[in-house]
Design a protein around this ligand. Structure first.
Ligand SMILES: Cc1cc2nc3c(=O)[nH]c(=O)nc-3n(C[C@H](O)[C@H](O)[C@H](O)COP(=O)(O)OP(=O)(O)OC[C@H]3O[C@@H](n4cnc5c(N)ncnc54)[C@H](O)[C@@H]3O)c2cc1C
Length: 214
């Protein structure tokens, strides 16, 4: 367990925020997650790393969950506070030999965009398309981080996104070529449904990578 000093808390929406911490000597592979909580407190939760491998700080993107314990507490942290970080954990990682060669499709719901942000910030020249499923447009967290022509915002509760509907509706209407490497992250219902759609479209199991948040 390591203690990391908070540098800044950046608010993106009334419920979503980014905690920027000192990196110290922490090393990770883009796509991995940490467990995070206040120093000395036993309550910790998993959060994907939002920043890139080469950044000299560590960031996580968190949405405060109604009635949630840790996401609510962390929202109140201030610069100078210390957080306990354990990890890195997980295998939601890019294959080194594919990064410059393959076409990628990233599908994320809500804060599931966090490891995808880290992928793209770490490897900005990747050939990717990103489907981001949210309820309303304000949840297009730091959209300017992505090439506009490669980012498709799917809004389910309003028609202000690039596509009105869920990411799974978009996938049904826009089939994916079978040589695409797919990474899915976020809510389990989206992941199960999108997985089935991709399989039916001929994307073989090998190139589908998933990370379930809840
Ligand atoms: C590998 C992994 C990576 C994760 N990365 C992130 C991340 O980058 N950013 C992030 O915000 N969360 C992430 N999560 C979810 C996070 O770990 C917590 O579950 C979340 O912050 C809620 O914790 P809590 O203590 O506030 O709520 P709790 O008191 O633990 O739970 C309250 C309820 O909220 C539900 N819930 C959990 N997450 C959500 C959500 N996002 N929306 C709606 N309901 C939810 C739980 O199922 C539970 O029923 C990740 C989870 C995993 C397993």
């Amino acid at each position: 367990m390591r203690s990391h000093k908070v540098i800044e808390v950046r608010s993106l929406t009334p419920s979503t925020y980014i905690i920027k911490m000192e990196k110290n000597d922490f090393l990770f592979k883009t796509g991995q997650y940490i467990t995070l909580g206040f120093s000395g407190n036993i309550d910790r939760r998993e959060y994907s790393i939002y920043s890139s491998e080469q950044d000299d700080f560590l960031e996580v993107l968190i949405k405060e969950v109604d009635e949630g314990l840790v996401s609510k507490k962390l929202k109140r942290c201030k610069p100078g506070d210390h957080l306990d970080v354990d990890g890195p954990f997980g295998h939601f990682s890019l294959q080194e030999n594919e990064i410059d060669k393959k076409k990628f499709l990233f599908i994320a719901t809500g804060t599931g965009i966090s490891p995808i942000h880290s992928f793209i910030a770490t490897h900005p020249n990747m050939d990717y398309r990103l489907l981001h499923g949210v309820r309303i447009e304000e949840e297009a967290y730091e959209r300017e981080s992505y090439r506009n022509e490669n980012y498709i915002l799917c809004t389910s509760r309003e028609s202000t996104g690039d596509f009105h509907g869920r990411v799974t509706d978009y996938l049904k209407q826009n089939p994916v070529s079978s040589d695409t490497v797919c990474y899915l992250c976020g809510n389990c219902h989206m992941i199960y449904e999108a997985y089935d759609i991709l399989e039916k479209q001929g994307v073989s199991l090998g190139p589908i990578h998933t990370e379930v948040y809840f």
